[in-house]
Design a protein around this ligand. Structure first.
Ligand code: DSN
Length: 442
């Protein structure tokens, strides 16, 4: 028996990935080895608990796998404790809250609209519903200048006024390096746990091209599928500083993950994480991480030269955040996302720090170079991709998001229909396809 419907969709997705260029900065291509282990016989196992302390039999191999994943995580990120069971980033972050806070306690995090993550205290997330959340933003002026975008005086003022028990540092749309030391000074002044969510930059830290928060923070969370290039999943790590603040922190994290939030770990995922960590320790991964940053800088510079406004003036990591207001008007992220997807350049619409509209109709786009670099693309290809983005933006210039909300859906549909018929769009689609096919996906 074969489910041809799903099989056909798998083949279509394979074709989409091969013929397009993935620019969503949180995505990547896991290696064939990672994907093989992810679909190995470990899929079939149940193993609630932790190595050597399971609730089911038959876990001798799972125990070895999980111990290996933990030891590799500890070695790669230079931490004394790691939990590799979180299903993904959001449950990992919630587990940290569960381990360090009581319901109603105060936490602080970067607001979603300014590039933060839902789980850093947004009201629609459990982190904002069960805890009192104080949100900081980026500095209000000159966010397009290449300078640290955090306003430490304001963050300190908020921390002193609200006495949070936990402060998040990390983002989903921040293009520059973090000054973890400055966050640590603030957290230490108010006695808060400082937790770095390094989901986006984990691979850059592992590859030694981005500063590590480990000396400064108490806890580190990360997904494993972004720049780290593993399977979807997450890890929570406790630092020496964290264990000094609370020697039971590791145990508390373990209890929060299981049985606090989750049931049985996904052992196939744990095994694939172990493989990804093994790969991340190799010299070729260091080269890969370095090239991600080079590529991001080249792509960012190309876009800036083409007249686009980049938050932080460019990129120091794997991603860039573009405010399209000066070229396509406020709320134009949707046009760029849809039209670029049409030509095989996949990225996402995103709010910008000085957003005037909403997360549904944001004024920016977010893109990055982790995935294209995995395919072996370098500076030359980045310049070409940048050029194609600029050419597409030129074609979108006659369009503006209607201020009247009820007119938007129909207008966007018309925009899509017209773009699909545009001869130049068809030519760019073929150019992107040709480029993509020269660089196979793993
Ligand atoms: N969805 C992730 C991202 O795109 O950054 C965050 O959870």
């Amino acid at each position: 028996m074969k489910d041809t419907q799903i099989y056909n969709l798998v083949k279509k997705e394979e074709k989409r990935q091969k013929e397009g260029i993935e620019l969503i900065p949180s995505e990547n291509y896991a290696s064939a080895h990672v994907r093989a282990v992810l679909s190995s016989y470990f899929v079939n196992k149940y193993s609630e608990g932790y190595p050597k302390k399971r609730y089911y039999g038959g876990n001798e191999n799972v125990d070895s796998v999980e111990i290996m994943a933990i030891e590799r995580a500890k070695k790669l990120f230079k931490v004394p404790f790691a939990n590799v069971q979180p299903y993904s980033g959001s449950p990992a972050n919630l587990a940290v809250c569960l381990a360090t806070l009581k319901p109603g306690d105060t936490l602080m995090g970067l607001a979603l609209i300014a590039g933060g993550h839902l789980t850093h205290g947004h009201t629609v997330s459990a982190s904002g519903a069960y805890y009192k959340s104080v949100q900081y933003t980026l500095r209000s002026k000159d966010v397009y200048k290449k300078e640290d975008l955090f306003d430490y005086d304001e963050i300190r003022r908020l921390a002193k006024a609200n006495k949070p028990k936990l402060i998040w540092v990390g983002a989903t749309a921040y293009p520059l390096k973090y000054n973890y030391k400055k966050f640590a000074e603030i957290a230490d002044e108010v006695g808060a746990f400082l937790v770095a969510d390094i989901a986006h930059v984990a691979g850059l830290i592992a590859g030694g091209v981005h500063p590590s928060p480990v000396p400064y923070v108490h806890v580190v969370t990360t997904t494993t599928h972004k720049t780290l290039r593993g399977p979807r999943g997450a890890m929570i790590m406790v630092t020496e500083k964290g264990l000094k603040k609370d020697p039971d922190l590791g145990d508390k994290i373990n209890k929060a993950v299981f049985p606090g939030l989750q049931g049985g770990p996904h052992d196939n995922q744990t095994a694939a994480i172990a493989v990804a960590l093994y790969e991340a320790m190799s010299p070729s991964f260091k080269k890969y991480a370095r090239q991600i940053v080079i590529n991001s800088k080249v792509l960012a510079d190309t876009l800036v030269k083409g007249g686009l406004k980049l938050v932080g003036g460019g990129s120091e990591n794997h991603l860039m955040l573009v405010n399209l207001t000066n070229v396509l008007g406020a709320g134009s992220g949707i046009f760029a996302q849809k039209a670029l997807d049409m030509v095989g350049l996949t990225l996402n619409k995103n709010t910008v720090p000085d957003e005037t509209l909403s997360p549904f109709y944001p004024s920016g786009i977010r893109l990055g170079t982790a995935a294209s670099t995995t395919r072996g693309m370098k500076e030359k290809e980045m310049k070409l991709i940048g050029k194609k983005i600029l050419e597409m933006i030129e074609l979108m210039k006659p369009y503006r998001l209607p201020t009247e909300k009820s007119e938007r859906k129909e207008y966007i549909q018309r925009f899509e229909n017209e773009m699909k018929k545009n001869r130049k769009v068809k030519i760019i689609r073929e150019e992107v396809r040709k480029l993509a096919l020269r660089f196979p996906i793993p």
